[in-house]
Design a protein around this ligand. Structure first.
Ligand SMILES: [Zn+2]
Length: 169
């Protein structure tokens, strides 16, 4: 069964128990996370059995795109990824324009690659400013990005917690 921070019972009834409600009240997770966990369980039970290997880490929304962070999906299985994104888009129909599922990775290149696929990431550099702040500059090959560039940058920033600038090389 897909691993989420919430009780399976709660996800089935749609009502968080006091313990799960506390996770939300303390700000560890959001109502959106609860809704996404609910949808993931539903999608798994309606036939996407491979989700039993998956851990749900969190979700957020950027300009009408729902971003879902997971572990254990295996990003090379593009068929499974597309099916999952399609099923989640159905679950959240009318709420979000697009659903993007991202496999958590500590490798920045791997992470950004998922956001720009089929465009390739050619370089990743970190740039330090005199004031001590920093940003990543990510070079990508020419071509049409699957999402607008500013949206890719915003999503990447939310995931890595640092400014990310995409540059076509
Ligand atoms: Zn609970």
């Amino acid at each position: 069964m897909v691993k989420t921070p919430f009780c399976v019972f709660d996800l089935k009834t749609g009502v968080p128990c006091p313990k799960c409600q506390a996770l939300i009240d303390e700000g560890k997770y959001t109502y959106l996370d609860f809704e996404v966990a609910k949808a993931l369980l539903k999608v798994e039970e309606s036939g996407l059995g491979k989700l039993k290997e998956v851990s749900f880490e969190g979700s957020f929304e950027v300009s009408g795109t729902l971003v879902v962070i997971v572990r254990g999906l295996g990003i090379r299985d593009r068929l499974l990824l597309h099916r999952l994104e399609g099923e989640l888009a159905k679950e959240f129909k009318g709420k979000y324009r697009k659903v993007k599922v991202i496999e958590r990775s500590s490798n920045l290149k791997e992470l950004i690659s998922q956001l720009v696929y089929p465009i390739r990431v050619t370089s990743v550099n970190i740039y330090w400013y005199p004031d001590g702040s920093s940003e990543y500059t990510v070079g990508v090959s020419k071509g049409r990005l699957p999402l607008p560039k500013d949206l890719v940058e915003e999503i990447a920033k939310r995931i890595v917690g640092r400014e990310v600038k995409i540059i076509t090389s």
